[in-house]
Design a protein around this ligand. Structure first.
Ligand code: FO1
Length: 308
């Protein structure tokens, strides 16, 4: 029986690692626990960006140039919104709307997000478990020199330009892990942190008390894949954010951030290794399927080496 792998993940970078894991781990042995701190309502519709990026990526529907939404998307809805003077800063594609409308109807019918996502995954033929970190609302807010901003206002409307001084997760202390999250972590043979932004995409997961406790109580290795390549982030505001938080843009800063949670870290070849951790080295750029497989195998190999 192959090993049970659980991966904690945000959006794009995490989805690539999960795609790599899917190539080597049978679906029923693979669980992705996904950040929902980016979630918000727009036009009265519930948007779950990291969940949707995971669904699109694994279903082969992702718009890889945009980094979000659907390949071949059309924008008639947004053109009509614009003609009517509606908000334009956050774009909902015509196909993408299907997820948000169905999520709205299911939520209004009392379905928790975890059940809704499971339905979407099954309809798109995905056999791994995709779990939101919580079915309770947890919202990422950023204290910036442009004021206190909810995540999407910072990330999309302000294009990550404001300087960040602090990040908080509204609702986290009252949030419970979604059904299946603690069970998956308890049954795992290894736990991986995807190369997502530690502060914006992984920290929301760690802010859910029951989830963090399950990680602390684990009996198996926990290994992170560094989001840095050559002292910068592959995508998104990680390096800029680290600078604003007064941190060097290094794997050591990433390791320090996770503290004693980690047993090991996979780093990009040529980058400096953090101290006091087991280290895996590979080319962590995941452009093609074989890249994703390589990084997935490197993370799993390192986790096996970390077995006590
Ligand atoms: N990102 C943008 O930069 N502009 C957008 O208009 C936009 C719309 C959007 C709609 C649905 C969705 O699931 C994601 C969307 N994103 C957009 C990306 C989103 O802000 C990011 O995926 C995450 O929140 C950060 O990982």
């Amino acid at each position: 029986m192959s090993e049970r792998v659980v991966v904690l993940t945000g959006g794009v970078g995490g989805a690539k690692l999960v795609e790599g894991l899917q190539q080597v781990v049978p679906g029923p042995q693979l669980t992705a626990i996904v950040n929902t701190g980016d979630d918000f309502e727009h036009f009265g519709l519930p948007i779950s960006p990291d969940i949707d990026t995971m669904l699109y990526t694994l279903a082969g529907l992702a718009n890889t140039s945009l980094g979000w939404g659907r390949e071949g998307e059309t924008w008639s809805f947004m053109a009509a919104i614009k003609s009517l003077g509606g908000e334009e800063w956050f774009n909902l594609g015509d196909g993408d709307l299907a997820l948000h409308v169905l999520r709205r109807m299911a939520k209004d019918a009392g379905q928790p997000l975890s059940a809704i996502v499971q339905g979407f995954a099954r309809n798109w033929g995905l056999d791994l478990a995709i779990l939101p970190m919580s079915d309770d609302p947890v919202a990422t807010w950023l204290e910036t020199d442009a004021g206190l901003l909810p995540f999407q206002r910072y990330f999309v409307q302000q294009r990550c330009e404001p300087r960040v001084s602090a990040i908080r997760f509204e609702g986290a202390e009252k949030a419970s892990p979604a059904p299946g999250v603690v069970e998956a972590l308890a049954a795992a043979d290894m736990i991986l942190l995807a190369p997502s932004n530690p502060w914006l995409s992984i920290d929301p997961l760690l802010s859910v008390p029951g989830l963090f406790r399950a990680l602390k109580d684990r009996r198996v290795p926990l290994v992170a894949v560094s989001p840095l390549v050559g002292g910068d982030a592959v995508k998104g505001p990680t390096a800029k954010l680290m600078g604003e938080l007064g941190l060097q843009v290094t794997n050591q800063s990433i390791a320090d951030h996770y503290g004693d949670l980690l047993d090991g870290m996979v780093i990009h070849q040529g980058d400096a290794a953090p101290g006091d951790l087991a280290i895996g080295v590979t080319d962590t750029l995941m452009k093609q399927a074989e890249d994703r497989r390589r990084v997935a195998l490197a993370a799993m190999d390192l986790a096996r080496q970390c077995r006590r």
